[in-house]
Design a binder for this molecule. Structure first.
Ligand code: ADP
Ligand code: MG
Ligand code: MG
Length: 254
């Protein structure tokens, strides 16, 4: 049974003022088919967790481990992480000049599966997914991330999720900057990717609104680089009413 396991993870970043600890002992287990929400105030280290799992070179693992099916994920190259079944929305955040969405998706699929998808079925799959996400077909011929609006970037993420069919996906603030209609379309896409699969999902968010459309099995509240409280979906409802105030000391409200 596939499982993504984070154990006592400590991560720091190099700043001009020196080494700054950001993650202070994160423990988290995501089993296949489960949806986990990580919620927390700005600056609590949520994106750092995502970047660390993605293998971003700026983030230094001081101690602890991240494993996928028992394999040391932190020892793998970024490509090997993808081949192992991990989907990281922020893996390719940059513009890729001259590479269209279609070619990018096909190359990514080929890298993950170890063989190129048959062209006719693939073209059809891309069209279907794009139409599901209410994306104009001309989007397929645009260069990756070049001039993408916030909403287009998010849809492109979900398009990848639908087509690449990973075992585990980490979505960081997929809901930020989306209006309600776009949020629903994106959430439906995530639910389609989950439906009938064993996708394990780590959904990072500051706001509870996306959790109205994607119901998490577990909610983890992130404060000062660690999980401060865990619960079921009712914890998200409570955060919606109460916010993060009761977790914050006067020092960290600053
Ligand atoms: P969140 O996603 O929860 O808002 P982040 O992980 O982005 O939090 O940031 C956590 C803390 O680490 C913040 O104080 C932020 O300023 C700091 N931080 C994150 N990345 C860097 C970086 N590359 N350089 C310096 N500080 C960073
Ligand atoms: Mg847990
Ligand atoms: Mg963040």
């Amino acid at each position: 049974m596939p499982v993504l396991e984070i154990k006592d993870l400590h991560v720091s970043v190099e700043t001009e003022q020196g080494t700054k600890p950001i993650l202070n002992g994160v423990d988290l287990v995501v089993r296949d088919g489960e949806t986990h929400a990580i919620m927390g105030p700005n600056g609590s280290g949520k994106s750092t967790l995502a970047y660390t799992i993605a293998g971003h070179p700026k983030y230094h693992v001081e101690s602890g481990s991240v494993t996928l099916d028992g394999e040391d994920l932190l020892a793998m190259t970024v490509d090997a992480r993808a081949r192992a079944g991990l989907f990281l929305a922020m893996q390719y955040p940059v513009e890729i000049p001259g590479v269209t969405v279609t070619n990018f998706l096909r190359t990514a699929k080929t890298a993950i599966d170890g063989e190129a998808p048959a062209i006719r079925g693939w073209v059809k799959d891309v069209k279907t997914s794009m139409s599901n996400l209410r994306m104009d077909s001309s989007f397929a011929d645009r260069n990756v991330n070049e001039g993408f609006s916030g909403g287009e970037k998010k849809r492109h993420e979900i398009l990848q999720l639908e087509l690449l069919k990973p075992k585990f996906a980490i979505l960081d603030e997929t809901d930020s900057g989306l209006d309600v209609d776009a949020l629903k379309i994106v959430a439906e896409g995530v639910n389609r990717a989950k439906d009938g699969t064993d996708l394990g999902l780590l959904l990072i968010t500051h706001y509870t609104r996306i959790l109205r459309y994607i119901r998490p099995d577990f909610v983890h509240v992130f404060i000062d680089g660690r999980v401060a409280e865990e619960g079921g979906p009712e914890l998200a409802d409570r955060l919606e009413d109460e916010g993060y105030d009761r977790f914050l000391t006067s020092a960290s409200v600053g």
